[in-house]
Design a protein around this ligand. Sequence first.
Ligand code: NAD
Length: 250
Amino acid sequence: MKLEGKVALITGSTRGIGYAVASLFLKEGANVAICGSKEENAIHAIEKLKEEIKIEENQVLPIGVNLKDTQSIQTMVEKVIQKWGKIDILVNNAGITSEKSLLDSNDEDFDEMFEVNVFGLLKTTREVVKYMKKTGGSIINTSSMVGINGGRNQVSYAASKFAVNGITKSLAKELGPYQIRVNAIAPGVVGTDMMKERVTEEMKQRLIQMTPLKKMAEPKDLAGAYLYLASEEANFTTGTIIQVDGGLVM
Ligand code: NAD
């Protein structure tokens, strides 16, 4: 098992990509804090995981967190430290999206996008690094193909994901001396609830046609790249943004 004895905190792991990453990390022996915007969703996700894979009782911790609130983020990190005493892997995966033109976007739209996708990620990382500095570790940020190529009517989302890429590279430089590796995954189109809520069947078919692998990813198709970055196999990999998009962006 590749993550035996490791402790992972994964934001946004009650569903979608984060849930699939949590499932694979658990299978590889990690202890995982399952975090979502509501604690009951985290508890429900753990019940679902227990139906799907074999998990030790003490291997999971459900946490409700509001990434717009610094105190809530500090409490999340303290809960993990209280339970397991360290954090080896941080996956900053929680995020929101929006499809609005520049002129349709108001100040609140810009603020909310950055509060969750950028400031929430930065604050979580700061709180975790206070502990991770002592042990070293791996930080994996979820970016997006929109953070590589931009997206029409996605200007605030794109700005937030370009920021995530900048944070990834800057922190790789800053935290390297502590043996903390910082990388990002840039997914293409993934069939999560977030995506299903926004993409029509016609758009989905168009995206599939534009993708060299001629299919849309399921969340589990992303998880292997996170496992690589979390594991010792990536011990000389930092500051990279790995595209996992079926070849859509190149
Ligand atoms: P999702 O909507 O299925 O899940 C989002 C998760 O984030 C949930 O667990 C939710 O509780 C959590 N979350 C949202 N706002 C929060 C807040 N304020 N505080 C705490 N938790 C909060 O999303 P997904 O599709 O799995 O996306 C996960 C990540 O992948 C996001 O960062 C997204 O931008 C990125 N991404 C997704 C796709 C895609 O096609 N689905 C493509 C590229 C990038």
